[in-house]
Ligand binder design. Structure first.
Ligand code: ADP
Length: 371
């Protein structure tokens, strides 16, 4: 890569084929990170709300119907500030690194990602349910201040049936308008499966929507627009091969490791927490519990923690039940400490939701993942 030229560091990103000054960029990066100032704010708009003030009427050549759909997308599908930080995501170090490399750096340093390095526009996060795929997508949007469109594939079809194809078109148009943007397509397998749904014959509306999604993704791949599609699926092997080809970068978001499980339990059930003025104490062997929760997803573990925290609360329900409403002296509430035995008892009654599939994910990873 011998191409050298100045970009001038302006906020517009260079068109493909334009050459750039790697030396200066790297110097800038080093300089900025060494004094701890946020990186390259020129390319990451500090205030996403400003972008959103762009009036929809600026869409020229749009029919009234399309403009109506644009209003719907802006209201229902756009998420103002997902507010998820990288540190809120426990474990998943490899997945975080890959997501940063594929999406975050191209948004920060668009000049660097041109030509052979032009960014992946379609990224598939796959793995068991409740492992943090949605969190990762939200962290990208938060970190880069991109406009975030969060859409569940099954809702598009069920809610918008006949219009779902137009909705997809408007969604992508809005995403380009508000670029840099990320579009998060959840439950992708529910619309992009290989097999036809509904007793062999595929619903016409959903077929047209699939086609539109493919067309739009091709459009993105050919353009320099900073619009990224992050798709999530629990069943990647069911995805249509045409769709899969457009999601070139595939990242496994796996069940948490023993260490990650330990950290999660400690996070949700610390030794002392305060809920509505009532102290909740725990006395837990976190290491042991991390070990005993093999196969549980992040959301399973959260559920188990909640259930464990419920136990001492349940014990005082009786006392509250017998409390006379007329008597203003609420009995002093003191909750029992949650013990390791309590926790183990909860997991004996709450089985992990996705354990048996884990080999299927790694097999699929071997065959399809691009690193
Ligand atoms: P999915 O993979 O199905 O998109 P989500 O990202 O929606 O899963 O996770 C569901 C919930 O489970 C999250 O809101 C969070 O509370 C919890 N969770 C799952 N994985 C993690 C993780 N790695 N770190 C922190 N919380 C997690």
């Amino acid at each position: 890569i011998a191409a050298i030229n100045k970009t001038g560091g302006g906020s517009t990103h260079p068109r493909r084929g334009q050459v750039i000054d790697f030396h200066r960029m790297i110097q800038d990066a080093v300089k900025v990170s060494s004094n701890g100032i946020a990186l390259n704010s020129l390319n990451c708009d500090p205030d996403p709300s400003e972008r959103l003030l762009k009036p929809l009427s600026a869409f020229i050549g749009m029919t009234g119907e399309m403009r109506e759909l644009a209003t719907v997308v802006s209201k229902d599908i756009y998420l103002h500030n997902p507010n998820v930080k990288w540190d809120d995501i426990i474990g998943l170090d490899a997945a975080k690194r890959l997501v940063k490399e594929a999406v975050v750096y191209p948004i920060r340093y668009p000049q660097l990602f041109t030509g052979i390095l032009s960014p992946w526009k379609g990224l598939l996060l796959y793995g068991p349910p409740g492992t943090g795929k949605t969190l990762l997508a939200k962290a990208v949007a938060t970190e880069c201040n991109t406009t975030f469109f969060n859409i569940s594939a099954s809702t598009i079809v069920s809610k918008w049936r006949g219009d779902s194809e137009k909705l997809v078109r408007v969604l992508f148009e809005l995403a380009r308008y508000h670029a840099p943007s990320t579009i998060f397509l959840d439950e992708l397998d529910s619309v992009m499966s290989q097999r036809g749904t509904i007793s062999g014959g595929e619903h016409e509306g959903s077929r047209r929507m699939k086609t539109e999604l493919l067309v739009q993704m091709d459009g993105l791949a050919r353009s320099d627009d900073l619009v990224f599609v992050l798709a999530a699926s629990n069943l990647p092997w069911e995805l249509d091969s045409a769709m899969l080809r457009r999601l070139e970068k595939r990242i496994l978001v796996d069940l948490p490791s023993k260490e990650a499980r330990r950290v999660m339990i400690q996070h949700w059930l610390p030794p002392l927490s305060n809920s509505g003025g009532v102290e909740l104490r725990t006395d837990l062997d976190y290491g042991l519990l991390g070990q005993e929760t093999d196969g549980y997803s992040g959301s399973d573990i959260k559920l188990v923690c909640k259930e464990a925290a419920m136990r001492p609360v349940r014990k005082i329900f009786d006392a509250l039940e017998n409390h006379q409403p007329g008597n203003s002296n609420l009995p002093t509430i003191r909750l029992d400490t949650i013990t390791t035995a309590d926790f183990l008892d909860v997991i004996a009654h709450t089985k992990p939701s996705a354990k048996n599939l884990s080999q299927k994910y790694t097999a699929w990873q071997r065959e399809f993942e691009s690193v």
